[in-house]
Design a protein around this ligand. Structure first.
Ligand SMILES: C[S@@+](CC[C@H](N)C(=O)[O-])C[C@H]1O[C@@H](n2cnc3c(N)ncnc32)[C@H](O)[C@@H]1O
Length: 219
């Protein structure tokens, strides 16, 4: 099993620098971050993913759903199974991840797309729900640009769900997104967005679980 630290973050004297070689990681490891739901993170993933599914359930309109940073598509597939009549897309930066996702799952539509370029691939104001699941730490530097692109494709009453693991001792992204509380503050202050809920769960797992729901303000 490859170590994400060789591909995604480099540890220099306790400080993490972002490398972001997602392609290399997907080529070296069959199941990066154990995203299939096996292994150490199994219980965490199960609970966290269920919390996202509940949020989608609570939304009245959900005919068009996109998971951004879908990886191998395990969670995208779960969404499609829960909402078989919805159009469900999974997009990811890594070509290898998308090729594997397509082989694993026939149903959701998968293709390569950077979170920052969503509005060049999907029609403006056409999407009901966008999900960023376990993507936050990889878009820290680009979060404004990514959220602007997501906002453009969301309908007036669309919903962005951000779900992420928070380390008990955070080593990256502290300047911008320090822990759950700091991330909540950052999202509250995002122009042209309304943060409608922020939920924090400590289930005694290695990581804690943060969930945010945001609504685009289209003016
Ligand atoms: C930890 S994995 C999460 C996979 C999936 N969301 C899940 O929870 O099972 C993070 C994924 O985000 C993708 N990614 C990183 N930066 C991205 C970006 N700017 N745009 C789209 N995908 C990105 C990576 O390639 C990787 O597949």
């Amino acid at each position: 099993m490859a170590d994400s630290k060789d591909y995604i973050f480099k540890n220099t004297n306790g400080k993490l620098d972002f490398i972001g070689d997602f392609e290399g990681f997907y080529q070296a490891d069959e199941d990066p971050w154990c995203q299939s739901g096996q292994g150490d993170m199994a219980r965490y993933y199960q609970k966290s993913r269920q919390r996202i599914l509940n949020k989608i359930d609570n939304k009245e309109e959900k005919s068009f759903i996109i998971e951004v940073g879908c990886g191998l598509g395990h969670f995208t597939e779960q969404i499609k199974v829960h909402h078989p009549t919805s159009e469900v897309f999974g997009v990811d930066l890594s070509q290898t991840a998308i090729t594997k996702a397509k082989k694993l799952f026939a149903e959701p539509n998968f293709f390569v797309c950077n979170a920052k370029e969503l509005s060049s691939q999907f029609s403006i104001k056409s999407v009901d729900v966008v999900i960023l699941n376990q993507l936050l730490w990889y878009i820290v530097d680009d979060i404004e640009e990514a959220l602007a692109s997501i906002r453009a494709v969301l309908k007036q009453n669309g919903l962005l769900i951000i779900s992420n693991a928070f380390a008990r001792e955070q080593k990256y992204g502290l300047e911008k997104l320090p822990y759950f509380d700091g991330t909540q503050r950052f999202l509250t202050n995002m122009n042209e967005w309304q943060l409608i809920s922020a939920e924090y769960y400590d289930d005694n797992e290695t990581h804690t679980d943060g969930h945010f729901q945001m609504r685009p303000l289209h003016g």
